[in-house]
Design a protein around this ligand. Sequence first.
Ligand SMILES: Cc1cc2nc3c(=O)[nH]c(=O)nc-3n(C[C@H](O)[C@H](O)[C@H](O)COP(=O)(O)OP(=O)(O)OC[C@H]3O[C@@H](n4cnc5c(N)ncnc54)[C@H](O)[C@@H]3O)c2cc1C
Length: 590
Amino acid sequence: MAMNRRDMLLNGTTAVAAASLAGVAPRAAQAQARGAAISWDREVDVVVVGAGAAGVPAAIVAREAGNSVLLLEAQPHTGGHAICSGGNVPLGGGTSAQRKWGVVDSPDIVFRDLTDWTVVETNGAPDYRFNDREIIRAFADHSVETFEFLLAHGVVFVDKAPDTLGGESVGNSVPREMHAAPQDFVLIQTGKPAEPEMRARMSTGNGVMQPLVASARKLGVEILTSTKMISLHREQLKSGAVIGLVAESGGRRVNIRARRAVILATGGHTTNVNFRRMFDPRLTEEYQVAGMPWSEQDGSGEIAGMEVGAALWGLANNTLEFGSRITKPGNIGTRYGYVNLRWFPGSEVFDKAGATGLRVTDWQNVITVNMLGNRFYDETGRQFGANDYHDINPYTPGSYLNAKNITWNPQNWLNAAMAGIGDGHNGGGAIWAIFDSAAVAREKWEPTPPNVDFANGFFFQADTLGELAAKIKMQYQRVPMPADNLEKTVARYNRFVALGRDEDFGKPGPLYPISKPPYYAAWCTPVLHDTRAGLRINAECKVVDMSGEVIPGLFSAGETAGGFSLHGLARALTQGVISGKNAAVEQVKS
Ligand SMILES: Cc1cc2nc3c(=O)[nH]c(=O)nc-3n(C[C@H](O)[C@H](O)[C@H](O)COP(=O)(O)OP(=O)(O)OC[C@H]3O[C@@H](n4cnc5c(N)ncnc54)[C@H](O)[C@@H]3O)c2cc1C
């Protein structure tokens, strides 16, 4: 049903302003905006928005508590970024897996770890200093429960001791990382199940999300895919409860009433250029996002929450230089080059991805240049660090020595790549990996489709460097690359190779000249990965407004919520469980 004018006015986000425009007194407008006046198309107890790492557990938990639950998902498929993930799950606090392998952990140790101000990266960035203590306490207290919840709902972890592989800012005291096995599920990256010999060893987000989605369906959670939440209905703009939402499906808008609560689990704002630039003006449109094109994280949860008065929280975490919020690409020559995610023909989204990419195993094989064809940093330089068990060794909780024992060694490839070309524009623009056919042979690359994306301008080939520079034309190359610049850059680099010394950027013993045609330019622009700031929530995942008051009937979990700098799945899954529990018993008075 298309929304009529009355429905639009009754949308809590616009009621007061629209009524004022029409000359109606605000108080009358507020009375008119009661839920009873809205023509509801659907009515359930709990509506969860987003079928990813936070939303699916939230839906299961609310359903198991006896509620009718509708789970809305904007994409034609479920799983969100979580199903694209590496399935590395850092849940600690004394899980059954930790106990089995003799790892002594507790909620108090988790809390102490994730609030330890003394832990810093080699560039001085503090991983845990800006975490909201109330939110971390809730996480610490629900981590074991969440781990056991995953097991109960069909997730199988690789049978080995908790380790540090894939972890990020998950605490220094003990290993916590467990890895979800793919089981027999069809992997979204390939369209095929994992090879039999990999099924017991491989870690994948498919192994987290596919069992959870199956379990949700079995329990009677109704999942509506291709259905996007547009805005929330709040009874009054600054008080009163959230009583439902507006969703769009197939071009049609519907009002869905939530008798108890709406849970926003839309996964953050990485793909919303204007939203992400509020945190960092450099993040202009050329930066693509890990997890695309499977699902977008367009900030619609945060925006809907803000429209009904919600505050944002923990914003420092989104700009500090630690972790994988922004990453160096690991696969080049394709639009989506995140190091741990490749799309293969057979994947349902391969057409949108365009190519699989060439995995760089040795950055000695390429130079990286900006839009002007100039090198800007040692190509072997890394991205920002992330703290984990044993990264500070010895580690003494809370000791000033932790910071003192860190050797200053900033990882600045990203900052150099994003510095721009001095023309007053924000963002570094396109970054290209330049290499020759000798590099192709060393890396054993096949620089042809479906491995590289010629069609959309993410990969170019030419017989001379001058021709290569002239060919680089695509949407994010704002200025032409001067051919003589690229030629000079390569000639200078080749001289450094002959000298055995990079006089510009200190690349350790630059090893290989770039001199054997054909020559190649492959998309190598930094990739965005996740968000560390979002809506303000309390320990129960209730959304809080700009006055510090809870907004009744509104919850948020995962990357949509702020106050917590832990990367990824553990935070989202646990807040899914917490929000589902509390939404299940929410009493909205209207
Ligand atoms: C390639 C990759 C690898 C990763 N590896 C790891 C790892 O190994 N370990 C780890 O801990 N973390 C990892 N992460 C991070 C982790 O996957 C995310 O932090 C986590 O999935 C966030 O959960 P979420 O529920 O907040 O968002 P998501 O899982 O992204 O789910 C959000 C869902 O909401 C939907 N949605 C958005 N807006 C709307 C709307 N308006 N209406 C309806 N639906 C909407 C989206 O389509 C999506 O399905 C990885 C991420 C990526 C991309």
